[in-house]
Design a protein around this ligand. Sequence first.
Ligand code: GDP
Ligand code: ZN
Length: 352
Amino acid sequence: MALIRKRRLTEQQQRRIKKQQTERQIERDDSQDLEGLIVQHYGRQLEVQVLSLPTEHPIAPTPKPDEPIPFWRPIELGDVWRCHTRTNLDLLVTGDRVKWQADPNTGLGIITAVHERSSLLTRPDRYHKVKPVAANVSLIVIVFAPLPEPAPMLIDRYLVACAHAGIPALLVLNKQDLLKPQDPILDLLDEYKALGYESLICQSNSDLSELAKRLDGETVVFVGQSGVGKSSLINTVVPNAAQKTNVISENSALGQHTTTSTRLISFGENGALIDSPGIREFGLWHLPVESIKDGFPELEPYFGRCQFRNCTHINAKNCALEHGVTEGNILQRRLDSYLRLTEEIQTAQQKV
Ligand code: GDP
Ligand code: ZN
């Protein structure tokens, strides 16, 4: 699992921060802490959904005669509050479970602590730094379809990213109505099933109850090539997903510009979708080269068994992986994918 890269601090700085944190914890009254879920994140602002109520709800001030009624926001389950965070917290992202305190007098909150994450999805930002984008995702839905023609290497690429993040994948073959008799795409799906990946076939404008049932209780992200029907599937399974929320950038000194941020939208009994354009196409190159192996479980028994340690695994003498192909335990296409992805990542990392 990728970790948030931390700034390197001198020992003196670390000691000072530790001291400040301890002091803050002493000052802080955690009996006021509420449970919350980060549902949107942009710039330094976060939106937190209320997951628990205070044992004693603060009482609204009584308005004085002839004075305007003071601002007061009651704390209600499911409501979303804009929050800031304490500076000593790591970078928080959509999907994070937090402890926070509400100030009904201002309608604003402050996040005081973050719960441990079960997973963290990251991607490179435009400065090639690894950036966290979503926390606690429990399932990645990889969508593909007969049209646009599937790129199996792209599926392999997503599977590597899933394995690296420690998140299970669900392969969804969409646009069932476009399947031809004995469509080779069904063979492709069977290949992944044989490797142990979970899969499902569906059609966006038809009954999606099987998909909806599988996704309920999970925190999901959808990935896949443009045009495979991700939005169509999402809009049916997650009814509130269609509403666009374009967020005005906080840094508007140079004029306002809108950005689309990563959002969490609840659905079903207990499901959540985390979505943003960045998530739908999450990249790979920042992964360590060794992690590519994790997306190719069938190669595992063969690694380290080639005659030569620096084996290229391409028309090589006594190559265990190529033997695996001849024996029918490895698909040539998957071995090619593995080699290409490894090369791609090595090249990308050399450029940085
Ligand atoms: P996205 O780019 O992955 O979000 O794909 P969209 O949801 O925008 O869908 C791309 C196109 O495929 C649209 O024209 C949809 O109407 C169409 N589409 C989506 N699902 C299906 C399906 O199950 N069958 C067929 N025939 N077309 C579909
Ligand atoms: Zn080899």
